[in-house]
Design a binder for this molecule. Structure first.
Ligand code: 5AD
Ligand code: SF4
Length: 475
């Protein structure tokens, strides 16, 4: 990005989920009218914002250590007569509020995720020496007051983009802080989302990932005052010329509905990949987590999905060591994982989050037991993802070449199943969807080569089915 002299510089450090990545871009957009130019590092910035995550404890600790590092920078800058303003945004900001000012004197302002449209005013007050804290859930809709995804931001970021369609959560799983930090569910109206998607396409975006803490609970206004649903939104987005690929995350098993199944069945643009967290395989633990479904309900959904889209790749989240989890409960999680066969998954040790019901449960599981279970689960999950990666070797897959590769002359991209692929390809192919022959599987990625150009007619080898994948499953 060109360095515009005299314009104030902004650096945003993003922690946590993809929604924070999206929010960080909206924050840069909100400050752009003030002349702020976004820079890639804190050195040289006049304003630093940490966009934080509170989902598990390590994330919050990281924020406090980063603030420690920033204190030294701020002192150096003050001596040089170049003041540095530091703000904390995101879920740690929302959860800690005023406390943050006491614990970290270096912080000049605190802003929760629902108030980013008020950022310009907050920055001004902070620069005047006030230390404002804005963690209320304002009456007005932040999305109506925030500039939409701008060309400026998206053009620099390649052919993929996030689009927040829904925020907050009304599910109240007993381990989770999200309903408290992001508030209750709010769905953006369909027309607003279609307009933002068209803007993204105009800026060169080919793949849009719809974001929401509980994305499949999206029920935005369909334009007539009636609630729509995510399946119908996917159909409407797929109609936009230039949208090539659609993804959405994160889903809750309770909110899988018929229109969504229909979207997976009928729309080639909806990628065959679904992140559907189950958290645990024991009904007793699922009940204590307030997940509102059983392991059987979850497996039935998976079966239904595979019946309509046999190649769908599944991903999930798991928590081990939830209060009261016995060896038998944990074994039920292992069995469920074996039964499903995940392409990818995220697993965590249960972490006590202040203010959530499970945090005060007396039956906390000792750390060493959690660590042992996590290691066993992660071994199984990585065997499965390796088997999944192995199962596509030799196939030709359409890969969206979205970034430069690790080595000179290389590009990298994603298969429909969200696997990263590295290959030799000329730089001008960046942004295109190319047919790639997958040659090898590595622990976290694939390598391949461009399928024979120039008169190559796209012909994709059949998608692997779950049965193919299970063959390669070591578990
Ligand atoms: N402890 C451990 N993992 C958690 N997650 C959410 N809250 C906690 C917690 N208290 C995990 C869940 C969720 C993912 C985003 O983070 O698996 O799906
Ligand atoms: Fe948290 Fe997801 Fe449960 Fe909502 S559905 S409370 S975001 S884990």
């Amino acid at each position: 990005m060109p360095n515009i002299p005299n314009s104030p510089k902004l650096f945003i450090k993003t922690y946590g989920c993809q929604m924070n990545v999206y929010d960080s871009d909206r924050m840069s957009d909100a400050l752009a009218p003030q002349g702020y130019q976004t820079v890639p590092a804190a050195d040289g910035a006049d304003l630093v914002i940490l966009n934080t995550c509170h989902i598990r404890e390590k994330a919050a600790e990281k924020v406090y250590s980063e603030l420690g590092r920033l204190r030294a920078l701020k002192e150096r800058r003050l001596k040089a007569g170049q003041p540095l303003t530091i703000g904390v945004a995101g879920c740690v900001a929302q959860a800690e509020g005023e406390e943050m000012l006491a614990r970290a004197p270096v912080v000049d302002f605190v802003v929760g995720p629902q108030a980013y449209h008020r950022l310009p005013g907050l920055v001004e007050r902070a620069r005047d020496g006030e230390r404002p804290v804005e963690t209320e859930f304002p009456e007005e809709d932040k999305f109506e007051h925030l500039p939409a995804a701008s060309k400026k931001v998206t053009l620099g970021r390649g052919p993929t983009a996030f689009l927040t369609v829904q925020e907050g959560c009304d599910k109240f799983c007993t381990f989770c802080v999200v309903p408290y930090t992001r508030g209750s569910e709010v769905s953006r109206p369909m027309a607003q989302l279609l307009a933002e998607a068209r803007g993204l396409v105009d800026a060169g975006v080919k793949e849009i990932t719809l974001l929401g803490q509980n994305v499949n609970a999206w029920h935005g206004d369909d334009g007539t005052g009636a609630p729509s649903n995510l399946g119908r939104l996917l159909f409407a987005l797929a109609d936009i010329h230039g949208v090539e690929r659609l993804r959405y995350t994160t889903s809750h098993p309770r909110d899988m509905h018929d229109d969504l199944f229909a979207a997976h069945r009928d729309l080639e643009k909806v990628m065959p990949y679904l992140h559907l967290p189950v958290q645990a395989g024991s009904d007793r633990i699922l009940k204590a987590m307030n997940r509102q479904h059983t392991a059987h309900d979850y497996l039935t959904l998976i079966e239904k999905l595979r019946a309509i889209r046999p190649d769908i790749a599944l991903s999930g989240d798991f928590i081990v060591g939830f209060p009261g989890e016995t060896d038998a409960d944990f074994d039920a999680t292992m069995s469920l994982v074996r039964e499903v066969g995940y392409a990818q998954a995220y697993s965590f040790k249960y972490s006590q989050r202040p203010g959530t019901p499970a945090a005060t449960n007396d039956a906390q599981v000792p750390e060493d037991v959690k660590a042992g279970r996590l290691a066993r689960l992660q071994t199984l999950l990585s065997e499965q993802s390796h088997a999944f990666n192995q199962s596509v070797v030799g196939r030709t897959l359409p890969v969206l070449l979205d970034r430069v590769g690790k080595r000179d002359g290389q590009l990298a991209g994603r298969t429909p199943y969200l696997q990263a692929v590295h290959l030799d390809a000329p730089a001008h192919r960046r942004g295109q969807i190319a047919d790639v022959v997958i040659e090898a599987a590595h622990p976290n990625s694939l390598s391949g080569r461009l399928a024979n150009a120039p008169d190559h007619t796209p012909h994709h080898t059949p998608h692997p089915t779950h049965a193919d994948l299970a063959k390669g499953d070591a578990a």
